[in-house]
Design a protein around this ligand. Structure first.
Ligand SMILES: Cc1cc2nc3c(=O)[nH]c(=O)nc-3n(C[C@H](O)[C@H](O)[C@H](O)COP(=O)(O)O)c2cc1C
Length: 355
């Protein structure tokens, strides 16, 4: 049993949090992780508001354990300013109905007002925990707090950690550049202790963590839990095409690339023909979220159709250490058992060498 200040705050048994991965982390994965004693996080950004409400209710009907919902609240998504939305609207309007259907998973990020409606749904449904990415607006934190919702924030830099801590959140996730999805430039090994030393809040480590060795290392760095994305793709409960999961099992760290070609922000994904095409033309990449619309069908065809050449497939460098499709609950329990064994063995070997 590994108990920390963060497991006590979140009221969970094990210090393993599954990442709120858009598309991949739907109710099945969240329930499996929470039921195993970790904390599952719903990839909330990929749901239009009504679907988000249904998904949260589905989770609540299947587990009484704590779970989280991830939201992206940068001003570019919550603003009602017409001029800000104009370029996105123009790209959306130019699409065929079939193309729009393919973009269902990110439609909320391309629809003015949808993220604000997601927020209202989350506040109404009041999940135990919300994890924010990109921004920690005080209007949301105040509203969440008044409903008893704990708020965590994912950051990729010391500056981001300081800003998030000052906004009044309850815990932080320090995500190193190894991680899959949107990520910064500092490695987990350097970022985690620096964030722990900078803020007076519990910190979870993320980026490149796939097993008990990673959990033990994160605890040694001062983290109080791990936030794990890529490892949970290789589970039966994760949403995603079998070809995508097979690519994960066969993947190497060198197969990943940090690219703005899907979303306009740096995102670690499998390198393929789409990312390589944009490497030669970085200046024409649109900003976030407009590049989603430029990438169009590419955003969905990876997860949905298993299009390995042209589809978006976020993945971290830890893919090198993922070899088996494993039930999500077993990922949680084996990670904890392995970390406990490592910590016990290290303690014994240290005692022996001192004697
Ligand atoms: C497929 C995939 C989708 C992701 N989607 C999101 C997301 O919607 N929101 C978010 O905050 N982070 C997202 N991330 C990043 C994760 O939250 C997490 O920080 C990262 O996966 C940790 O690194 P790891 O993949 O090495 O475990 C995603 C990551 C992956 C692999």
């Amino acid at each position: 049993m590994i108990a920390t200040e963060l497991t006590r705050l979140l009221q969970i048994e094990h210090p393993v949090l599954s990442a709120g991965m858009a598309r991949v982390a739907q109710a099945d994965l969240v329930v499996a992780v929470s039921e195993a004693g970790g904390m599952g996080c719903l990839g909330g950004v990929s749901f239009m508001p009504d679907a988000l409400r249904a998904e949260i209710r589905d989770i609540r009907s299947r587990t009484s354990k704590p779970y989280a919902v991830n939201l992206l609240l940068p001003e570019s998504l919550t603003t009602e300013d017409e001029a800000t939305w104009a370029p996105v609207r123009e790209l959306w309007d130019a699409m065929s109905p079939a193309q729009r259907t393919k973009l269902a998973g990110v439609q909320a990020l391309l629809t003015p007002g949808a993220v604000t409606d997601q927020v209202q749904v989350v506040l109404d449904e009041a999940p135990p925990v919300v994890v924010l990415t990109f921004a920690t607006p005080s209007w949301f934190i105040d509203a969440a707090r008044s409903r008893g919702i704990l708020v965590g924030a994912m950051v990729g830099s010391i500056g981001g950690a300081q800003r998030a801590a000052a906004s009044g959140i309850d815990f932080l996730i320090a995500q190193g550049t190894e991680g899959g999805g949107h990520t910064g430039h500092v490695a987990t090994m350097a970022l985690t202790p620096a964030v722990v030393d900078t803020v007076d809040l519990p910190v979870a480590a993320a980026g490149g963590i796939t097993d008990g060795r990673g959990l033990a290392a994160a605890l040694a760095l001062g983290a109080q839990a791990v936030w794990v994305g890529s490892r949970f793709i290789a589970t039966p409960e994760a949403y995603g095409h079998d070809a995508f999961k097979a690519r994960v099992l066969a993947g190497h760290s060198r197969d990943t690339v940090l690219t703005k070609s899907y979303t306009g922000k740096p995102l670690r994904a499998f390198r393929n023909q789409w990312t390589t095409k944009w490497e030669g033309d970085p200046s024409s990449v649109r900003g976030f979220p407009g590049q989603y619309a430029v990438a169009g069908e590419r955003v969905e065809t990876g997860y949905q159709d298993g299009d390995l050449d042209w589809g978006m497939m976020p993945i971290g460098q830890g893919v090198e250490n993922i070899h088996e499709l494993t039930p999500a609950g077993d990922v949680v329990t084996s990670m904890v058992a392995e970390a406990e064994a490592i910590i016990g063995a290290l303690a014994r070997s240290t005692t022996t060498s001192v004697e």
